[in-house]
Design a binder for this molecule. Structure first.
Ligand SMILES: [Zn+2]
Length: 293
C-alpha cells in the first residue's frame, strides 16, 4: 500500500485527541471509512482546524503509517464547507444523522463509492433551500437501496397482496405489510406501527428515477413526510442494528434546549454493524483505524 494518499473525503465525525489533536472519521469513495489524525488541529493557527470540521468535503493528503496502521492528515484542500448546514440547527442534525448512518453501516460495506456520492449529493442539496425533511427521506431511501434492504413497496411481504390503500411498517421489522397481515401479526402485542398512505408509497416509487435535487422539489404532505421519516428511521436502525444517537439528540425531540455543536463531538466510538453485503465480507473493520491512545 502506498504511504502517501490523495483523494476526496467527507468528515463524518471529529473528536478531540489529547490537547491539540483531532481524530477524524472520513469517508472516501476509494477506501471507505477511515480514521485519521489531524495533528495540531486545535492549535490556534492550526491550518487543519477548519478543514476537519464536520461534513467538510476536501481533497485530503494522507500519510499511512504501515507500522502503526494509522493515517495522518498532511493537508486538506477544502472543496465545500456546506456553510448553510452549519448555521441551521435542523439541517445540522439532518447532516449528523446522515453521517452517523454512514459510520454505523461502515460506509455501506463494499459500496462506499456509491454511498460517498449519495452523501455528497445530499449534503449539497441540504446546503440549499430544499426542505431538510425531504432531503433526509431521499437520502435514507436511497441508502437502504444501496445497502440492499429496500422493502417491497408494491405488495405485502407476508401475503403478497398489492397495496392499493397503503401499507404498514411494524417497528423492529424490515418489510412492509398490508393492514390485515399487520393486524394479525400484532394481535395481543402493543406495538407501534407506521401507516404509509398510497400517496407516500407512490412518492417513493415516483422519485426513484429522479435526481436528489429534483426529488426534494416535489411537494409532499406534512403527514406523509412525518410517516415516511418514522418508517425510514425505524428501518435504518434495524439495518445498522443500533439506535441512532442523532435521533435522540435532534431538535425535534429537544426543542429549544437543543445542544450546541460541541455535544456532537466526542461521541462514543461506533461499534461495527453486521451489514449484509454480497461481498466476501472481508471488511469487518475499517482499514487502519488507529486507537486514540
Ligand atoms: Zn398481507
Amino acid at each position: 500500500m502506498s504511504r502517501n494518499l490523495k483523494g476526496e473525503v467527507i468528515v463524518l465525525k471529529s473528536t478531540r485527541l489529547q490537547e491539540f489533536h483531532k481524530l477524524v472519521h472520513l469517508l472516501s469513495p476509494t477506501i471507505g471509512v477511515i480514521q485519521a489524525i489531524a495533528h495540531g488541529a486545535y492549535k490556534g493557527k492550526g491550518k487543519l482546524g477548519a478543514t476537519t470540521e464536520l461534513f467538510t468535503c476536501s481533497t485530503a493528503y494522507l500519510y499511512y503509517d504501515p507500522v502503526k496502521k494509522s493515517y495522518k492528515i498532511t493537508e486538506m484542500e477544502p472543496l465545500s464547507f456546506f456553510d448553510s448546514i452549519r448555521t441551521d440547527l435542523t439541517r445540522f442534525y439532518t447532516a449528523s444523522l446522515m453521517a452517523e448512518v454512514v459510520l454505523k453501516s461502515y460506509g455501506g460495506g463494499e459500496g462506499y463509492d456509491q454511498v460517498y456520492r449519495l452523501l455528497k449529493d445530499s449534503l449539497t442539496v441540504l446546503d440549499s433551500a430544499a426542505p431538510p425533511e425531504r432531503v433526509e427521506i431521499q437520502y435514507l431511501w436511497r441508502l437502504v437501496g444501496l445497502l440492499g434492504f429496500r422493502p417491497n413497496t408494491e405488495s405485502c411481504s407476508s401475503c403478497g397482496r398489492s397495496f392499493p390503500g397503503g401499507a404498514r411498517y411494524r417497528r423492529g421489522g424490515e418489510e412492509l405489510l398490508c393492514e390485515e397481515c399487520a393486524e394479525s401479526l400484532s394481535e395481543g402485542i402493543e406495538e407501534e406501527s407506521v401507516a404509509l398512505s398510497a400517496g407516500s408509497l407512490r412518492y417513493l416509487a415516483h422519485t426513484e428515477a429522479l435526481s436528489l435535487r429534483e426529488s426534494a422539489a416535489i411537494g409532499l404532505e406534512r403527514r406523509s413526510e412525518l410517516d415516511l421519516l418514522a418508517f425510514l428511521h425505524g428501518l435504518i436502525q434495524e439495518i445498522v442494528e443500533a439506535p441512532l444517537l442523532s435521533l435522540q439528540a435532534g431538535p425535534a425531540s429537544l426543542g429549544k434546549g437543543a445542544p450546541r455543536r460541541s455535544r456532537m463531538e466526542g461521541r462514543p466510538a461506533q461499534t461495527p454493524p453486521r451489514v449484509r453485503t454480497e461481498a466476501s465480507g472481508t471488511r469487518g473493520e475499517p482499514e487502519g483505524g488507529p486507537s486514540p491512545e
